[in-house]
Design a protein around this ligand. Structure first.
Ligand code: R5P
Length: 265
């Protein structure tokens, strides 16, 4: 692997082999998402606990201080919304020149495997990889969004992750499943991170699935709503960071969460 690619990947996946990405890209298909109405304000108290932040160029340019010392994963697929015909009908929305201009450490795009637009999104992924590899920029494939979210089972997720890696993704984002998640990771030759999905019913559930994902081989998380939609986002992200980077068990993470929440840490 050439130096630029290795360097960018090292900014994402840390020396301990783990990663905590904070995505705030949800507005690209659903508009002003709850708690993300003003993304710059949302991330103010929490960005420093993340290893990288993921967003579109519009949010980066307009809401993020360019001196913020965190790598950016630029979302470069879009052009479909929740009120449109089909969320899976995405295209590439940002040129490689723009990715370089914005000094992104990586780019991300969604692939809709099993949907009507499977071929389109996978072809876009391959094209994006071809373009970005020229400049040593890693591509993170975002798998299983849209209505495929209902299919959160290991066989489907494993297929998505493997296919994305075979098309050249350097990192793959998927969803956690309680049954057989290790198979999802085993079948994927590149690092896997898990998304959070909608806010869980209890706080402890997040710590449990993050811990289990790491135990089963994920390098980390790309977790948004379960952090910034919490009433205590700093406490949540610090607890998650402790699981990802410090080997905390869910119970210990929950204790840390309570401490930070109470202002005692
Ligand atoms: C959604 O399409 C975005 O790619 C998000 O970055 C991803 O789903 C992770 O965010 P969350 O943890 O809120 O699901």
């Amino acid at each position: 692997m050439e130096w630029g690619m290795r360097n960018r990947l090292a900014h994402l996946v840390q020396r301990d082999g783990k990663a905590l990405f904070l995505p705030i890209d949800h507005g690209y298909f659903q508009g002003p998402t709850h708690c993300l109405e003003r993304p710059g304000e949302t991330i103010k108290p929490i960005w420093k606990y993340a290893d990288a932040l993921m967003m579109t160029r519009g949010i980066l340019r307009n809401c993020i201080d360019p001196t913020m010392p965190k790598p950016i994963i630029l979302r470069v697929s879009g052009a479909a919304t929740v009120v449109g015909e089909d969320l899976a009908n995405e295209g590439l929305i940002t040129s490689t020149k723009e990715v370089i201009r914005l000094n992104a450490a990586a780019v991300s795009m969604s692939v809709f495997i099993g949907s009507k637009y499977e071929h389109q999104s996978l072809s876009n992924l391959a094209q994006l990889v071809d373009n970005c590899e020229n400049y040593g920029i890693p591509v993170m494939a975002v798998t299983a969004v849209g209505k495929e979210l209902e299919r959160r089972e290991a066989r489907y997720l494993a297929l998505c992750c493997r296919v994305a890696a075979e098309h050249g993704a350097r990192v793959v984002k998927t969803y956690y499943c309680s049954d057989g998640f290790e198979k999802v990771v085993e079948g994927c030759p590149v690092p896997v991170v898990v998304a959070g999905g909608p806010k869980t019913e209890t706080q402890r559930q997040v710590f449990d699935f993050v811990y289990d994902s790491i135990q089963k081989g994920a390098v980390g998380v790309n977790l948004g709503r379960n952090i910034w939609q919490s009433e205590h986002p700093v406490a949540v992200i610090r607890a998650i960071r402790a699981i990802v980077h410090e080997g905390y068990m869910p119970k210990e993470a929950h204790e840390l969460f309570e401490k930070v929440k109470a202002g005692k840490s």
